[in-house]
Design a protein around this ligand. Sequence first.
Ligand code: COI
Length: 378
Amino acid sequence: LATLPDIEPSLLEITRTQDPKTPPPPSSLVFGHTFTDHMLAVPWHILEGWGAPKIQPYGPLSLPPSATVFHYAHCLFEGLKAYRDTSGKVTLFRPDMNMKRMNTTAERIAMPTFNGEAMVELLKQLVRLDKHWIPDQPGYSLYIRPTMIGTQSALGVAPPKEALLFVICSPVGPYYPQGFKPIALYGTTEYTRASPGGIGAYKLGANYAAGIAAQRAAAAKGYVQNLWLHGPEHYITEVGTMNAFVVFKHSDGTTELVTPPLDGIILPGVTRDSVLALARAHAAGTAPVPGLTDRLVVSERPVTMGEVKEAARTGTLVEFFGAGTAAVISPVDRIGYLGEDLRIPTGPDGMGPVSRPLWKYLTGIQTGSIAHPWSVVV
Ligand code: COI
């Protein structure tokens, strides 16, 4: 069987908008509500492979109501950011990781995979065209949303024979409407985010849809996000749409940075991986994180709410935070759990002694002000 065409950047066709918009002032941005002038679209057909990529004006898609995306949730996505510094240099943060994960997610729901390097090339072209939309202030960036949907007109439950990969871009500031502030979590025992063998480790639209009622229930109780717990042990899994990190102080003087292991119910976050890598290099002494004075032990291990509650009681809980592309590092100051509120320590800026230097270092790399191979020039 002849191999079908993969995504081919040299076939890119660009149609510029006839109606360019003026980017709004960054201070007015609400996360994910503003979109740039252009989008990228690449069609796929089971007999033809990937078609010619197109950059076209941002605008509505035309799909039959019978398209599989509307019925069986053939929808997966990624989120990554482009940064622009005050000299005009534009960078992407670890785009290869997102393309790798997008392929893993596609495989999980029998959707087509593609050449990730070719897609990174196309992302760069799109970002170059709309680079004036990237706010250059600290804390702001361009959120890039690659998405793949099943477009075949068919009601049989089967892998779609047609798909569309598209990419839209949104200039963003803080993820949460209250800005860069610590958030309150509701330790939810009424809902489950993921279960072994399920889809929790993949970036599927359905995962997020299933969490929204729980999020609304948490908000009605006065919390910003859910703390997703698993099993009768109440294992900590994720924070809203982010990976969870806990910091403990141990009696031997070490500080332990803990995140749950990638055991099938945790999304393999790019920010999670980056935090772990920076913290491990610090712990090993190979690349100390500036300003991080603690002797660090880095653990990917199961951690229960019971352990966190006990540490909060004895004063050995140092901090608790979420890590994700959208919010980067999101400190937590309160966790509602089984009818009581646990207070989580935070510093005057909302962060703690471990997350603050890690956040500073990581955002320095992301924005291109600290040279690092993770930062890819566009
Ligand atoms: C994240 O980057 O933390 C996300 O999961 C993206 C979110 C907007 C769904």
